[in-house]
Every structure is written in structure tokens, then in C-alpha cells.
Design a protein around this ligand. Structure first.
Ligand code: FNR
Length: 343
């Protein structure tokens, strides 16, 4: 008799398709949209440990969300029940103790914790975070061990590939020993830009060398354009799972196995979530502009760029009525909460 030691409901990273962590893109509306279209796992944007440790957990009864709010009242991370079993909280960190403090702050509200070890941008690497960690395997190990033993949800990390196959494989073997639940491998060297072709052979070598699920990443530009390409990319890399960044950012319906939706429809559904969850208007705009791509200078694109509020963005998409109705519903909930809290 085989007795599973896995806790019930523990998120599995085998044979799944995931929304990649993306700064500014991976906020709540995009994550919910990706889930609607068929992604099984959704990563939030990278959040920096130093900012997160200062946050307070606030239950938002009006929006029906849990918010992590910074001292300046900015909502750094907003989540809700719908994604509780699928959302992975990605952090930027270079410090095991701080990483653990952040992980413990959010663990009851998320399905897993991920550490970013691939970001090559200076704001990340100068603090020793992101891709800077790749040359410090001892630190990687101490951060991951601390997290694996200190939280009850699965812990994962996301890396880029190292200069040789051997180095890449041995790093992932070391990472595997820490007890992580999966490793996402972005098949590019840290000096490479997103336009460079992805190195499927590196991901394949890693996938063959370890038994922890490998999540292949980096295929958006040349390999993964449609839903069926996801399976091709999985096969080409021999990985267990696939993670999509840009393909999902441009049109999240790439996750739909019934076929893609026109981006106009995707933008509309995105915007409805942004309105419903009171997403910051600048963030809403940013994401819509990514979806507009070469149409960002079209009449619609110009209207979106000129808008300053979610209400103005709604006008651009003809969603005034939806916006109005949503505000009324939220106000009704606010009123009901107020009257039930009166003695
Ligand atoms: C990223 N990427 C990224 N990676 C990460 O680990 N944490 C992050 O916060 C971000 N932020 C981010 C923002 C934007 C706008 C893009 C386009 C990318 C990298 C991303 O997760 C992924 O590794 C790459 O985009 C390669 O995968 P695709 O796009 O080829 O599927």
C-alpha cells in the first residue's frame, strides 16, 4: 500500500501550464484571466522582500480580497479565493531570514512560494537578487532550505541557464536536494535578451538529470504562438510543465485549448476584472498597451494612453455600463458592511 505523504490540495507542478511571473503584468486581473482560459498555475509579479516585510495583511470585505498593504497605503499584492489554490507568490530576495518572514506573511493566502533567480535587471542584481544568485549556490541553498522547512506550502524557484550544460545541471541537482517542489528553467543565459532563441537543449539536459518537475520557459517568441505549441515546447524540452510569459501577456487566450480568442475580447475580459478588483489604473493601462502591441497608436490605443482612471479606460472600450454597475454593487456592499458593523 502506497501512502501519499502529500497534503491534500497541495499544488502539483507536474504536467501543468503556468502563467510566468511578470512585473506589472502578473497582477490579479491577469492571473484570473489566465485561470479562466485554462492555465493551472499563475505566478504573481516579482515582489521584493524588503518591501513585502513592511506590509500588513488586510482583509478587504468590499472587494472580497486579501490585500498586502505597504506603509504608504499602496497595495503590493492583492489576491482572492478564486486563485488561492493556484497562485504562486514570487519574491525577489538575497536573504534567507527575510525571505522566510515574507513567505510566512503570505503562506496562508497562496498555493506556493517562488524565488526569482533569473532576473538580469540591475535593480535586482545589485541587491544580490535575481540572476546574481546564480553565481552564489550556497546562498541559493540556504534560502531554499529555510523556506522549505519554514512554510507549509510548496517552494519553487526560477532560474536562467548557466554558461555550460554541466554547470546548469549541477546547479539544478543542488537545488533539487533542498526539497523544492519544482524548478522553472528559463532557457536563456543571463546576458541574453528576450529576442534571442531559447536553448531547449539546456532545459532538456536538466529535465533528464533530475526527478523534480522542470517547468520549461522562454518559448514565447519563436516556439509558442498557439495552444498546441505548448505541448510541442514541452516535448522539445522533455520538461514536465510549461510556463508562458510574453505569449500570455499578448493574448492570454493562448491557454485555451478550444482555440484563441480575438485580442479585443481578451482586453475586454481583462478590463472587467480590473474594474471588479479595483486594479490601479496605471497598471490596467500598462497591460492593455502590451495587448494592443502594434495597435498602441491606433485610435483605441491613443484613448487608452490618454486615460487616467479605470472609468476613462472603460469608456474607451464601451464598458461604461459595466463600470457603473460594478461601482454600484461595490457601494452596496460597503453600505451593508457599514450598517452591520453599527451597534
Ligand atoms: C518578465 N520576466 C520575469 N521573470 C521573473 O522571474 N519575475 C518577474 O517579475 C519577471 N518580470 C517580467 C516582466 C515582463 C514584462 C516580461 C516580458 C518578462 C521573465 C518571464 O517570466 C519569462 O522568463 C520570460 O519572458 C521568458 O518567457 P517567454 O516570454 O518566452 O514565455
Amino acid at each position: 500500500v502506497v501512502i501519499s505523504t502529500m497534503a491534500p490540495g497541495r499544488l502539483s507542478f507536474s504536467n501543468i501550464t503556468a502563467l510566468a511571473p511578470m512585473v506589472r503584468v502578473g497582477t490579479l486581473p491577469m492571473r484570473l484571466l489566465a485561470l479562466d482560459y485554462g492555465a493551472e498555475v499563475v505566478y504573481c509579479e516579482e515582489l521584493i522582500d524588503i518591501k513585502m516585510v513592511q506590509c500588513q495583511r488586510v482583509v478587504n470585505d468590499v472587494l472580497q480580497t486579501v490585500d498586502f498593504v505597504a506603509p504608504d497605503d499602496r497595495v503590493m499584492f492583492r489576491t482572492c479565493d478564486r486563485e488561492k489554490d493556484s497562485v504562486v507568490f514570487q519574491m525577489g530576495t538575497a536573504d534567507p531570514d527575510r525571505a522566510l518572514a515574507v513567505a510566512q506573511l503570505v503562506e496562508k493566502d497562496v498555493a506556493a512560494i517562488d524565488v526569482n533567480m533569473g532576473c538580469p535587471k540591475e535593480y535586482s542584481t545589485k541587491g544580490g537578487m535575481g540572476a546574481a544568485l546564480l553565481s552564489e549556490p550556497d546562498k541559493i541553498e540556504s534560502i531554499l532550505r529555510k523556506l522549505v522547512t519554514g512554510v507549509s506550502v510548496p517552494v519553487t524557484c526560477k532560474i536562467r541557464i548557466l554558461p555550460s550544460l554541466e554547470e546548469t545541471v549541477s546547479l539544478v541537482q543542488r537545488i533539487e536536494k533542498t526539497g523544492v517542489a519544482a524548478v522553472a528553467v528559463h532557457g536563456r543565459f543571463k546576458e541574453e535578451r528576450p529576442r534571442h532563441p531559447v536553448h531547449c537543449d539546456y532545459i532538456e539536459a536538466v529535465a533528464q538529470a533530475v526527478s523534480v518537475p522542470i517547468i520549461a520557459n522562454g518559448g514565447s517568441l519563436d516556439l509558442v504562438k498557439t495552444n498546441s505549441d505548448i505541448e510541442e515546447f514541452r516535448k522539445a524540452t522533455g520538461a514536465s510543465s510549461v510556463m508562458l510569459g510574453r505569449a500570455a501577456m499578448w493574448n492570454a487566450s493562448v491557454f485555451r485549448n478550444q482555440g484563441p480568442l480575438p485580442v479585443e475580447r481578451v482586453m475586454e475580459e481583462y478590463l472587467k476584472y480590473a474594474i471588479r478588483y479595483d486594479n490601479h489604473a496605471f497598471n490596467t493601462k500598462y497591460c492593455l498597451c502590451q495587448m494592443l502591441r502594434d495597435k498602441v497608436e491606433s485610435p483605441l490605443g491613443k484613448q487608452v494612453q490618454a486615460a487616467q482612471t479605470n472609468a476613462e479606460i472603460s469608456n474607451a472600450y464601451g464598458l461604461q455600463q459595466f463600470y457603473q454597475q460594478t461601482q454600484e454593487q461595490l457601494q452596496a456592499r460597503r453600505d451593508a458592511l457599514q450598517s452591520s458593523s453599527q451597534p
